[in-house]
Design a protein around this ligand. Structure first.
Ligand code: GLV
Ligand code: MN
Ligand code: MN
Length: 418
């Protein structure tokens, strides 16, 4: 058997994370968007590692790299058996940390290598998947690559445009793939026994509890509200304050209102405005047209829906008082994804086997597992990250913790019942 020593596994994981982190669109910070030249280079590196690990490597129409380790039955030419899918993503946010998504892909390769290098066949096949569209930074949608694998890809997504006006369809063609092949990327539910994902926690719970690993119970549901405010552009020096219809001042009130309401929910709902777009920004012009996007999340779908309804009515009140035109569009409504109980228990046993206390916690961040839950049972394991920091270049997980995580993933696979 290849090495199960967490220390060696952690050092290897760190070297691979650093190598992937060097592949960026920008010289001094990590930015790697879906179907970009950087995505291509990262996918090539991942493919090389998968091959070296002894896996059969293919790539689907959305650029997802797949490393396959055949089941015992398949290797003997009998039956193909089921598959256990292990995945995460290699796209990043702008000015990202190195670990978000990338760690899950690296861990999947190291875990599959453990079996492949020893020639150990399992009753089920392993498929390691490196998705490319988890962050939703390039196109106004997300999880397209995992949706394609779960058979949930929506044809309409092909017409979405990036900031340069390039459609997803064009981006796929430029990447050397054919949108007509997307349906072939889907697995059928009866050939898949489960999907598992290892990810940094992106929050502070494990660090506070002094534990390296945790079992994810559910992935929070999400709503996005796109709010367009139409005021009147005017001269910053001449229009009296009482005569203005300032769209940006209205937007500011809405940002604070969303924050106030989320704080009042006492941890049940979180709300964030990370994008505010002023149509013709200038120091000396009153903003006439502003669009902001509000990201709302909760582990409780009723609480999230109630929050969205109350926030929409508060937004209307602000717009009316300020005489602003208003258009509110809900651009995302994703239900909370529960993690399958048997997979949670499998991860808990694997964490205990590596000497940890199997803490259970929910995920506030979105993951490819949400799309995969449409196909099969899903589960996730979290790895402690320093200060709970993520979506930030300061993101960090120690080699020691990553090594324990890979060892626990291997234990999980050994105990998995397809
Ligand atoms: C992805 O990182 C998300 O949770 O939005
Ligand atoms: Mn992620
Ligand atoms: Mn992320």
């Amino acid at each position: 058997m290849a090495d199960l020593d967490p220390r060696t596994l952690g050092e290897r994981a760190e070297r691979m994370i650093l190598a992937l982190g060097a592949i960026s669109a920008e010289p001094r910070r990590l930015t790697r968007q879906f179907l970009s030249p950087e995505h291509r280079r990262a996918a090539d590196l991942v493919g090389t590692w998968m091959k070296a690990a002894g896996l059969d490597v293919t790539e689907d129409a959305l650029g997802t790299v797949r490393g396959h380790w055949a089941s015992a039955g398949e290797a003997a030419g009998r039956n193909t058996g089921k598959r256990l899918l292990i995945g995460s993503h290699i796209d990043t946010v702008i000015d990202a940390g190195f670990y978000d998504g990338n760690l899950g892909v690296v861990a999947g390769i190291l875990a599959a290598e453990h079996f492949a290098k020893a020639g150990k066949r399992l009753p089920f096949a392993l498929d390691v998947l490196a998705f490319g569209d988890e962050e939703g930074v390039r196109f106004p949608a997300t999880l397209n690559s995992s949706r394609a694998v779960s058979g949930e890809f929506r044809e309409a997504a092909l017409d979405l445009k990036d900031a340069d006006g390039v459609t997803l369809r064009e981006a796929i063609l430029r990447y050397g793939k054919d949108p007509a092949d997307i349906p072939a990327a889907a697995f059928s539910p009866d050939e898949v026994a489960g999907y598992v994902e290892l990810h940094i926690e992106q929050g502070p719970v494990l660090e506070n509890r002094n534990q390296p690993l945790g079992v994810v119970t559910a992935i929070a549901g999400q709503s996005y509200l796109s709010v367009e405010l139409m005021g009147e552009a005017g001269h910053a020096g001449t229009v009296p304050m009482m005569m203005r219809r300032d769209a940006l001042a209205g937007a500011a009130e809405i940002v604070l209102q969303a924050e106030r309401m989320a704080r009042d929910s006492r941890g049940e709902v979180v709300a964030t405005v990370g994008v505010v777009t002023i149509s013709a920004p200038a120091t000396n012009v009153i903003a006439g047209h502003v669009v902001l996007i509000i990201d709302i999340r909760s582990g409780s779908d009723p609480a999230r829906h109630d929050f969205v309804d109350r926030l929409k009515s508060a937004i209307r009140t602000v717009a009316d008082r300020r005489h602003l035109g208003l258009q509110v569009t809900q651009t995302r409504n994703v239900a909370t994804t529960p993690c399958t109980a048997a997979i949670q228990d499998g991860f808990a046993a694997a964490i205990a086997a590596t000497g940890g206390e199997p803490l259970r916690l929910a995920s506030g961040a979105g993951h490819d597992a949400t799309a995969m839950a449409r196909l099969c049972p899903v589960g996730m394991m979290f790895v402690r990250c320093r200060g709970g920091v993520s979506h930030n270049p300061a993101e960090y997980a120690s080699p020691g913790d990553m090594g324990l995580a890979v060892a626990a993933l291997i234990r999980f696979i050994e105990g998995f019942k397809a």
